[in-house]
Design a protein around this ligand. Structure first.
Ligand code: ADE
Length: 231
């Protein structure tokens, strides 16, 4: 998978994407993450990327010309690129969206900044994603979150140790209680069933625990899962 990131802060990349599972995927050539400086698409002496809003108001607005020159360039090079603006007004990013994006060969992630993005650029980009109902100063961290979540779903990215097929419980983000040695820690014991060697019983116990956790902590998710035959 190829990911291009359009940003005013290319030096922020790869940042945390350079480590762990995603870092390894980049090293192995399964994934490329390239940051492009939005200022590189300006043609004036001051390399101006933003301007004051028509009608007044606080803050600055990202100008349409550099953004759209960059986006049109990516789209004309590659007809299958999927261009997404990171913005708190977008569709909420979740595991389902991550799975959808993992099937794409090429993502172009556009990081907004300042007060906002000129509406004409926003319209032409056409797709927006938010990583949650809070406001960040810019889309860079949001883009990293999206890449991190999507990259681990790209085939071959996870080693057999972390294999997705074993993630029966964590598909939806809910792990059963996990324990490692020692069997007794400060008087607190690992549940007997996990030491029983009975794999069917262990599987059943883990599923019950994970379902119970979801019902208690995220009843909204448990209801959704019940509708599709889960919890
Ligand atoms: N930019 C600012 N806030 C954001 C958010 N919550 N999600 C995505 N991009 C953003």
């Amino acid at each position: 998978m190829r990911v291009d990131v359009l940003t005013l802060f290319p030096e922020a990349f790869p940042g945390p994407l350079g480590i762990g599972v995603v870092g390894r995927a980049i090293e192995r050539g399964l994934l490329s993450v390239t940051a492009h400086d939005l200022r590189g698409y300006t043609h004036d002496r001051h390399r101006q990327v933003d301007d004051i809003p028509f009608g007044g108001g606080p803050g600055m607005v990202l100008k349409p010309e550099p953004l759209l020159e960059a986006v049109r360039g990516f789209r004309s090079q590659d007809a299958v690129s999927r261009v997404i603006l990171l913005s708190p007004q977008g569709r909420t990013f979740d595991q389902e969206v991550a799975r959808e994006l993992a099937a794409e060969p090429h993502l172009v992630l556009v990081c907004g900044r300042y007060q906002g993005v000129d509406e004409r650029a926003r319209e032409e980009i056409g797709e927006e994603l938010s990583i949650g109902d809070y406001v960040l100063s810019g889309g860079e961290l949001a883009a990293m979150v999206v890449v991190e979540a999507v990259a681990r779903l790209v085939p071959g990215t996870l080693g057999s140790q972390e294999s997705l097929t074993e993630e029966t419980f964590t598909d939806r983000g809910f792990e059963p209680p996990l324990y490692t040695r020692p069997a007794v820690f400060e008087g607190r014991e690992v549940p007997e069933v996990l030491r029983s060697g009975n794999h069917a019983a262990i599987e059943r116990w883990r599923r019950e625990q994970s379902d119970e956790r979801m019902r208690r902590r995220r009843p909204d998710m448990a209801r959704d899962a019940a509708q599709i035959g889960g919890v």
